[in-house]
Design a protein around this ligand. Structure first.
Ligand code: CA
Length: 367
């Protein structure tokens, strides 16, 4: 009896701890449904990725499988790639409207609707995965992200990171700013705006069109992701100058979105499973892409004719200055953007000071 009551108190003690120690989304826990162990939830998740897209679509599917296992089959999530149920770039709206319960994408895809969402994926010369995780999980970033998505009835979670991307493939060398003038490059988002300010000509192209456009010289350059995804797309066959670093995407956060009403319909244990499975997948996806990139970089280096270059310092310095200008201009015109920009910049300033004496100082030690 003593043993049983000990187990009981341990169990309920732990449950109480789980319920009280969860993250910011638990402001919604007071509306969580009571636990009914027989109730089965069948959900749909739509993603912004092509079918079978390595790491990202695969990660979304692994996440669903993990949730199925952890919930003992009580929460089943059927995952649809972009276009299978909903066009890739309408996943946010589908989750917002409750057409589906979950989405997987990246916040900068919704920049047309929510410009300040970009800070929750990546901004040029912004924080890397390390800084973004610190900000989102412990520095107040996630709470602001939730506020930003609240009017859309969407609850966001970080669920992966691409790491520092590559600068892209160019059909000629970039030795100075003059070489960017008039250059036609596929580079989306804020990076594209900055590229235009530098005199370049940014072009918007879907992933499926990138290779052909570069190969036929419809464009002079393109960025994509990192060595692994770039190699799979065959970009090394279309241009030979491969530049680093990806100043425009220093660590793009991938997001899980959950419809608010669907979230509130779940008992607290299933909510805790989703939250922790997303956190686990954040580590999984980031680790997997880092490993695949380091292997693919070696393979690309071994391919004859490919030249790996670092962007010249003065080009990077100019692009950074133009990025600061672009962000400040947008903040001056849009109070919602400014609210997130101020929070991001405040955290980032301290993160820079810290990484100057930690990671950057350590990595600067000669080999
Ligand atoms: Ca990219």
């Amino acid at each position: 009896m003593i043993y049983h009551s000990l187990i009981r108190s341990l169990f309920f003690g732990t449950l109480a701890l789980i319920l009280t120690a969860c993250g910011p989304e638990d402001s919604t826990n007071n509306t969580a449904a009571a636990v009914d162990n027989n109730k089965i939830y069948n959900w749909k998740m739509v993603t912004a990725w092509p079918p079978g897209f390595p790491v990202l679509q695969e990660g979304a599917e692994r996440f669903a499988k993990n949730i199925h296992a952890m919930s003992n089959g009580r929460l089943n999530i059927k995952v649809y790639a972009g276009g299978e149920l909903i066009p890739a770039l309408q996943t946010f709206d589908a989750v917002s409207q409750g057409t589906v319960e979950m989405g997987h994408g990246s916040a900068y895809y919704w920049a047309g609707k929510v410009p300040e969402a970009q800070f929750f994926s990546t901004v040029p010369f912004g924080m890397t995965a390390r800084g973004m995780n610190a900000w989102l999980y412990h520095g107040g970033g996630l709470e602001i992200w939730r506020e930003v998505y609240k009017p859309f009835h969407v609850i966001p979670f970080p669920i992966g990171n691409t790491g520092v991307q590559m600068g892209g493939w160019f059909n000629k060398e970039i030795n100075s700013l003059a070489d960017i003038k008039g250059l036609k490059m596929r580079i989306p988002g804020l990076g594209g705006k900055v590229f235009a300010k530098a005199g370049g000509n940014p072009v918007l192209l879907a992933g499926s069109e990138v290779y052909t456009a570069l190969e036929r010289n419809t464009i002079d350059a393109t960025e994509w992701v990192g060595p692994f995804h770039d190699q799979r797309l065959g970009l090394y066959r279309a241009a030979k100058h491969y530049y680093y670093p990806g100043w425009h995407e220093p660590g793009s956060v991938l997001e899980l979105t959950v419809n608010e009403r669907a979230w509130n319909s779940l008992p607290a244990d299933l909510q805790a499973i989703i939250k922790n499975a997303a956190m686990a997948e954040n580590v999984q996806m980031f680790s997997e892409i880092e490993e695949k990139n380091l292997s693919a970089l070696q393979e690309l280096k071994d391919r004859p004719g490919i030249e790996l270059h670092r962007f010249p310092d003065d080009v990077l310095a100019k692009l950074k200055m133009l990025t600061d200008e672009a962000l400040a201009e947008e903040a001056a015109n849009d109070p919602k953007f400014k609210h997130v920009y101020d929070a991001y910049q405040a955290f980032r300033k301290n993160d820079d000071a810290w990484s100057d004496v930690s990671e950057k100082a350590y990595l600067a030690i000669g080999k």
